[in-house]
Design a protein around this ligand. Sequence first.
Ligand code: BTN
Length: 252
Amino acid sequence: MYKIPAKSLFVGKNLVFLPECHSTNTYLLDLVRAGSVPEGTLVITHNQTAGRGQRSNQWHAEPGLNLTFSILLTPRFLAPKDQFLLSKAVALAVADTVADFTSVTARVKWPNDVIVDGKKASGILIENQLEGSTYATAVVGIGLNVNQTEFSVPTATSLRRVTDHELDLNNVLESACCHLEARYLQMKSSQWQMLNYDYERALHWRGERHQFSARGRTFEGVIEGVDERGFLVVASERERQAFDLKEILYLN
Ligand code: BTN
């Protein structure tokens, strides 16, 4: 159903299409555990029945209208302490993909939701496997809403909602593979400054005053950026704090 991307070097060259699947991340993790799978292997389905999201959330996508896929990367060159860089690279690749098909500038809501026109169009779930102190494999799961127009929550959107026309899923997948590969190679060739710069620039709410809830209190603050651990740095009138995943909630 999906074409092997012509323009990428390794991402998507080994493509597994499943008409239906519980979770492409779980499927690919099982493949990796079962034996040798080449880097760049892509598992994609038309109908993901038990899509998994961050913080044990579920990911729902209407069958046949969106992209739900997972890619295997082997970032052995990256120290586990630097793993947030991969998260940045993937989120930027999805934002780059959105830029290929819409005139809207996508933003990245920390850590890696992709926001289009103020709403979430894509979610990313990266599942890492370490071997001792080596970052052995990363299963990168991407859900990108493409042609779905109705959502059960008002905070979700799709590319079609902003372009007003239907998009070819194969074209969007090809673009995503190429951008993912380009951002990954940027990381591999130590162009971290560029990734950090692009990520900060794309960061949703950066430099704006908003309300947050964290550590038992609600406060107003301004997102300044992300530190080298990947913690979100927020300055309030009282202090400047760095928050780990799950520690802070965006309010309004
Ligand atoms: C999130 O926003 O919470 C992350 C959602 C990630 C969803 C994708 S869809 C393809 C891959 N398979 C899964 O089970 N989850 C990811």
